[in-house]
Design a protein around this ligand. Structure first.
Ligand SMILES: Cc1ncc(COP(=O)(O)O)c(C=O)c1O
Length: 450
């Protein structure tokens, strides 16, 4: 049988991306050079892994770069978020509001603090918390709104800050997906009360198993130190450094033993790598931005697939485009199921083509039945004044996203010829959707498991 050059690869035609094995360099991340290696080796040879001097320098530079007064390194993003929640005053019997669409560590630590999570919807276009779904969730014990700049997209911070200030709530910006993203000119993480984030290997700013929190609020900074950095609580025998000394007398009384009973210190191999990465991050982020914009420009006017991208102008950006997503509208593509679309793109040569995104968190059993404190009741109810558990159908937008959001390649370099191949793969499948739909009906392709 003869195939024309635009026959879909899944139907036996030639691939739009003939040899993706040649493109490893386009996707490889983080970019590690001899400079990073030397910095890490120096820490290892000096036996400095558990010290804090290099970490403090990294914190100073990171705070300057992002535009906050203080930064505090952590062993991972999860610990930075938990400490930040506690620093914002979240405790037993309280509630936080958080989007259900995110990685679990934006919210699950609330349970460990004895607080319940009231999950909010996201906007189907931005994939960020929907400001219209926050206010009615606020109760007498609500302390905190968690926002996640999802997949690099900045949340609607003006509206969120307005709601928070009117109700006396704190705002925690989980900036794990968005180091360097700007909202109306300001770096995200610095707009709310506190901006904790992951810096783990897969993130935009990636330095290993590490995290950091930023804030311009001295009290929140000191509370994060007290929670998990015993060595920096100002015990004279442990530090002569007054930079990080606890000034708050109530906290100072406990100097020497962390109030969280946890040890959140960053490994200095990560801090050393962080200092090197910080020098190059703005340029690397700019190249990713050019590459991703090129990809989406090439797909302008193609039906069924749309960028998850902040509109140009007004000073907002996508940072390093961590976890880039596209939005899928099967109704524009003869009803072709997204799963089949993604399989066809995969056959064209983009092996990581996938439908979906994070699973809705509000449906997970941990937020319904887990009894973490072993008191004979679900932790979501243990200390709470009311039951805020949410069942299926309660957040329909979030629950429907597994069919309308898909993965797209995360280019690290602006190589026009290669990006064109990937854009061609998506275009080719979208433009032949009707034919593929017919084929799927006949072959039951659409019934293959996801
Ligand atoms: C949105 C979000 N929040 C929190 C975390 C937790 O960070 P870590 O894995 O560094 O603990 C991650 C990722 O890992 C994340 O993607």
């Amino acid at each position: 049988m003869e195939y024309s050059h635009d026959t879909l690869a899944i139907l036996g035609g030639p691939k739009a991306i003939p040899d993706s094995s040649q493109h490893e360099g386009m996707f490889h991340w983080p970019i590690v050079t001899a400079e990073d290696e030397q910095a890490v080796i120096d820490v290892l040879r000096g036996g400095l892994m558990s010290g804090v001097e290099i970490t403090k320098e990294f914190e100073r530079q990171f705070a300057d770069w992002i535009g906050a007064k203080y930064a505090l390194g952590h062993c991972n993003g999860t610990s930075a978020i938990q400490a930040s929640m506690w620093a914002c005053g979240v405790g037993a019997g309280d509630e936080i509001i958080a989007p259900s669409l995110t990685y679990w560590a934006s919210a699950a630590q609330a349970l460990q603090l004895g607080a319940a999570v009231n999950f909010a919807e996201v906007d189907p276009d931005t994939l960020c918390i929907d400001p219209d779904d926050i206010e009615h969730r606020i109760g007498p014990r609500t302390k905190l709104i968690v926002v996640v700049h999802y997949a690099g997209y900045p949340c609607d911070m003006d509206r969120i800050m307005d709601i928070a200030r009117r109700h006396g709530l704190k705002v925690l910006e989980d900036t794990s997906h968005a180091q360097g993203t700007r909202y109306k000119g300001r770096m995200v993480g610095t707009i709310g009360d506190v901006g904790p984030m992951s810096l783990m290997s897969g993130k935009g700013f990636a330095i290993g198993e590490a995290g950091i929190m930023v804030t311009s609020n001295r009290q929140i900074f000191e509370r994060c130190i007290s929670y998990g950095h015993y060595e920096r609580t100002g015990v004279p025998s442990l530090t002569g450094d007054i930079d990080n000394q606890i000034r708050d007398e109530k906290l100072g009384r406990f100097a020497g033993i962390p109030l969280g009973g946890v040890k959140n210190r960053m490994n200095q191999t990560c801090a050393a790598m962080g200092l090197v990465q910080l020098k190059h991050y703005p340029d690397r982020m700019a190249e990713i931005d050019q590459a991703m914009r090129r990809f989406w420009r090439l797909l302008e006017g193609v039906p069924g697939i749309y960028p998850h991208q902040v509109p140009d102008g007004a000073g907002s950006t996508m940072g390093s485009w961590y976890f880039p997503r596209g939005r899928y509208r099967s109704e524009e593509l003869s009803g072709l199921p997204g799963k089949v679309f993604c399989e066809a793109v995969k056959a064209e040569g983009y092996v990581h083509s996938r439908l979906g995104t994070h699973a809705p968190m509000h449906l997970h059993p941990i937020f319904h039945s887990a009894d973490i404190f072993n008191v004979g009741r679900p932790t979501m109810l243990s200390f709470g004044q009311r039951d805020v558990r949410q069942g299926p159908g309660s957040l329909p937008v979030t629950e429907g996203l597994h069919n309308t959001v898909l993965s797209v390649p995360w280019f690290k370099h602006d190589n026009q010829a290669i990006i064109e191949q990937y854009a061609n793969a998506y275009r080719k499948v979208a433009l032949r959707a009707e034919e593929l739909m017919e084929h799927a009906k006949v072959s039951k392709l659409s019934e293959t498991p996801a």
